[in-house]
Design a binder for this molecule. Structure first.
Ligand code: NZQ
Ligand code: ZN
Length: 394
């Protein structure tokens, strides 16, 4: 293990912390671009509370509402144009991962020369952004961890490619994480968020380098916590204790701490992004289909890793360290958990058929590929491997 680590985002966590929004934002600017999704924050009153807190602190607001799930490049451009026209000096994201991701790229767009899409992974002449307006994130859904990381995932609707950017300047200055704001998230989106946060740590658990025992335990802690509290949050959205534990798990799952030193690629994410790019399915629902199918594929090559997972997460006894039967049972149990909270686990449940399997594989490799043209991971995947994994999930 050899690494450097810095996550500069100031985290304000806890029920009721939305009231601090104005005070926090006023330390970064006087005019905020307020970025929101398709309307949930207006329906549940969060928007009004945010506006009053901002106004009370002397911050005026320009609005960019209507960021769709799986946010589009044109939406980012629209928001950046509003920020430019209105002279915004700070960006506030109030919503799920989609609003937060779009907000981050809008903040960087103001300083970016050339086509915005050039900052995304997979571009030949890729140029990362180096400057952005200060961003304050207020997640209303526990899932992506975008509130406290430097990543953003955007879809180019012209090509149906979904890609990502990570850059230092995209770290939010402050994340105000108020679990009460997630009380109105419906059971299905709650479950998809739980699947997403678990998948953030299974990626590094299964694809990271060997010899990271502390990171393994962090990942197992996130998974066990999500499996303990997640079903309670799904069953009763107003259970604020469950909402809090799930949301803290989602922040911890992808603020970099669990992945530090693992040098892990995210193959399951890369494959899912292609599905949500083509079919606009919720990211976490796509992961619930792809992750178990990918696990079955990867466990054939590294049964010992999956047997350890089975033993530590589900208490399944191992007959030997490479116990393929234990490995398989662990994956079955994991898939059954996802199903029990309401996630789909077959492509057909998301309305996706076999017609475009090769295309999904090709598109995935356009975003992430090694020097031999394979999708990075353990093991690296050829185009055929990706299509086979998806076929096995039909
Ligand atoms: O748009 P609104 O009306 O707000 O409704 C949303 C949307 O329909 C709704 N919702 C959010 N908060 C709510 C609520 N409904 C009721 N009450 C609330 N409090 O939930 C739906 C999904 O929202 P979205 O923001 O799309 O979900 P999520 O947070 O799962 O974000 C998904 C996006 O993030 C990307 C995904 O690829 C996808 O585009 N990701 C970003 C990452 C990052 N930046 O680090 C990492 C992830 O792996 C992921 O790829
Ligand atoms: Zn994810």
């Amino acid at each position: 293990m050899k690494f450097e680590f810095q996550n500069p985002t100031h985290l304000v966590f806890g029920a009721g912390t939305l009231s601090k929004l104005g005070e926090v934002v006023s330390s970064y600017g006087k005019k905020a671009l307020l970025v929101t999704g398709s309307g949930s924050v207006k329906r549940n009153g969060t928007f009004e509370r945010a506006i009053s807190s901002l106004k009370a602190a002397g911050v005026s607001v320009a609005e960019c509402s209507g960021v769709e799930p799986n946010p589009r490049l044109s939406t980012v451009e629209r928001g950046a144009a509003i920020a430019r026209k209105e002279g915004c000096d700070v960006v506030v994201a109030l919503g799920g991962g989609s609003a937060m991701d779009a907000a981050k790229v809008m903040a960087a767009a103001l300083f970016y020369d050339g086509e915005l899409w050039n900052m995304m992974a997979g571009q030949e002449n890729r140029k990362l952004p180096s400057q952005a307006l200060p961003v304050v994130t207020v997640p209303t859904l526990a899932a992506t961890g975008s509130e406290m990381n430097s990543g953003a995932v955007i879809t180019n609707e012209k090509t149906a490619i979904k890609s990502f950017v990570t850059a230092k300047c995209l770290y939010p200055k402050t994340a105000i994480v108020d679990p009460e704001l997630t009380a109105s998230v419906p059971p299905d989106q709650t479950a998809y968020g739980i699947c997403d946060l678990i998948t953030h740590v299974t990626e590094s658990y299964f694809n990271g380098v060997d010899g990271t025992p502390l990171q393994d335990r962090f990942a197992e802690g996130v998974i066990l916590t999500a499996m303990e509290w997640g079903p309670r949050a799904v069953a009763d959205g107003n259970d604020i204790e469950a909402r809090s534990q799930v949301q803290w798990a989602s922040v911890a799952a992808l603020n970099g701490w669990v992945q530090v030193g693992t040098a892990s690629p995210f193959p399951v994410h890369m494959i899912e992004h292609t599905l949500s790019a083509h079919h606009d399915i919720p990211h976490g629902a796509g992961l619930a289909v792809v992750n178990p199918a990918w696990m079955r594929f990867a466990s054939r090559i590294r049964p010992e890793r999956f047997a350890t997972f089975a033993s530590r997460i589900f208490g399944i006894p191992m007959q030997n360290p490479e116990d393929a039967r234990a490995a398989a049972e662990g994956i079955d149990r994991f898939e059954a958990f996802l199903r029990s909270i309401g996630c789909p686990t077959r492509l057909s449940e998301t309305g996706i058929g076999e017609k475009l399997l090769e295309r999904y594989a090709t598109d995935t490799l356009l975003v992430a590929r090694d020097s031999e043209g394979r999708l990075p991971g353990r093991p690296p995947m050829s185009k055929e491997d990706i299509a086979d994994v998806l076929r096995s999930a039909l």
